[in-house]
Design a protein around this ligand. Structure first.
Ligand SMILES: [Zn+2]
Length: 218
């Protein structure tokens, strides 16, 4: 029975290794269970010493498989965290892009000016602003030009900002999940109508969010 269970455990381990694309050299569930026992064609009766040694061998194999599966569990957990801080998607579930990143006529002065983010809107205040990745809140409150703003540090060199909010739901130091509702769309600060001005920073430099908006979570 133990032997059969070990074999099933090995099959599960092998499948997980394959599905998760783990280096199969590092994990080895394919070694045959090296043990005799009933059904091997021999009619010899088990001796007590032989049985004990077989059980001990099974025990050490079970210990080995347990360790391997625990390492895999750790690797999968790390990967989950990595994928959660991976910036992907948009801060509003619905709505459209009202203004893209780059040069544009300033809505206040009419002069050509650099727009450092992407504006999303549903045309109304009150829509939910959601994070595009997990992280830690590093700003939540009014900021010059931005109105009510939330900044999230994603710990992988990326920071995102969500501004002109009507209402904020997080505080500095809060840990936020991917897709968490952190604020409501408003028109605070330097804004001509309800929208969320979304910015992405990579290693401290503002970048075009377009590439991150359009990619999907891995
Ligand atoms: Zn904007």
């Amino acid at each position: 029975m133990l032997q059969a269970r070990l074999m099933r455990l090995d099959a599960v381990g092998e499948r997980i290794t394959t599905i998760a694309n783990l280096d199969s050299g590092e994990f080895d569930f394919s070694q045959p269970v090296a043990i005799g026992g009933p059904g091997n064609g021999q009619s010899e009766a088990y001796t007590t010493a032989g049985l004990i040694s077989d059980v001990e061998q099974l025990e050490s194999q079970l210990e080995d498989r347990t360790q391997q599966l625990e390492i895999i569990e750790g690797l999968m957990a790390d990967r989950k965290i990595q994928s959660d801080v991976f910036i992907a998607g948009r801060p509003l579930e619905r709505g459209w892009i009202a203004s893209r990143f780059g040069q544009r006529p300033d809505p206040f002065t009419g002069r050509l000016a650099f727009h450092a983010g992407v504006d999303f809107t549903t045309g109304q205040s009150g829509a939910e602003i959601n994070t595009v990745a997990a992280g830690v809140v590093t700003w939540s409150g009014p900021r010059s030009g931005y109105g009510l703003m939330v900044e999230v540090n994603h710990s992988n060199g990326f920071t995102t900002r969500y501004s002109h909010a009507e209402k904020l739901f997080v505080e500095v130091g809060d840990i936020v999940k991917k897709g968490q509702n952190i604020a409501l769309v408003g028109s605070t600060g330097r804004s001509t109508g309800p929208h969320v001005h979304f910015e992405v920073y990579k290693n401290g430099r503002v970048v075009d969010p377009a590439a991150y908006i359009h990619r999907t979570a891995r």
